[in-house]
Design a protein around this ligand. Structure first.
Ligand SMILES: CC(C)(COP(=O)(O)OP(=O)(O)OC[C@H]1O[C@@H](n2cnc3c(N)ncnc32)[C@H](O)[C@@H]1OP(=O)(O)O)[C@@H](O)C(=O)NCCC(=O)NCCS
Length: 137
């Protein structure tokens, strides 16, 4: 299994993978055009896991110059519990930290217990003192 930086040429494969792993989190922000902009803004930070030529895991990673953010952390169901997600997340955090960013945040649905266990296992602290507020426009 290889971990390497995501490129826009991976888009069709990762987008079909996200239909299986991450459907609820997919939005217009995940169009090919937007992902291309994201990868350019955060060069080399997003990662894919490749097994026998097939992309089996993804993580989008970037920062705003102040804090890091991770999105679309996902592993195909038949490849789970082999620490592929762990390796992808560690690499994403390493790349963000290498840019001088000292803290990285993730968003996790409250009913996603697998996600919560996963982030806790990596040492992420669940914040009880914050709500996420969002606005369109
Ligand atoms: C979350 C996800 C990426 C984890 O990927 P993975 O490769 O299976 O995770 P890992 O094998 O690296 O697991 C690392 C640790 O996380 C925890 N963990 C992972 N999956 C777990 C589960 N189903 N139940 C309990 N703990 C779990 C364990 O502590 C595990 O270590 P262990 O196997 O030695 O006990 C994967 O389940 C997934 O794609 N889920 C759907 C998308 C999603 O919910 N992403 C997170 C969004 S916030």
């Amino acid at each position: 299994m290889e971990i390497r930086s995501m490129t826009i040429e991976d888009y069709d494969e990762i987008f079909s993978m996200w239909q299986i792993t991450s459907k609820r989190a997919l939005t217009g922000a995940d169009s090919k055009e937007n992902i291309e902009k994201y990868l350019l803004r955060n060069e080399g930070m997003s990662q894919v896991a490749v097994e026998n030529g097939r992309i089996v895991g993804t993580v989008l990673a970037g920062h705003d110059g102040r804090r890091g953010f991770i999105h679309h952390m996902a592993v195909l169901p038949e490849y789970r519990r082999k620490h592929i997600g762990h390796k992808l997340a560690v690499e994403a955090i390493r790349k963000i930290a290498a840019d001088g960013i000292e803290k990285t945040h993730i968003f996790c649905y409250q009913d996603n217990l697998t996600g919560q266990n996963f982030w806790t296992s990596l040492g992420f602290e669940k914040r009880g003192d914050l709500f996420v507020y969002s606005i369109k426009g």
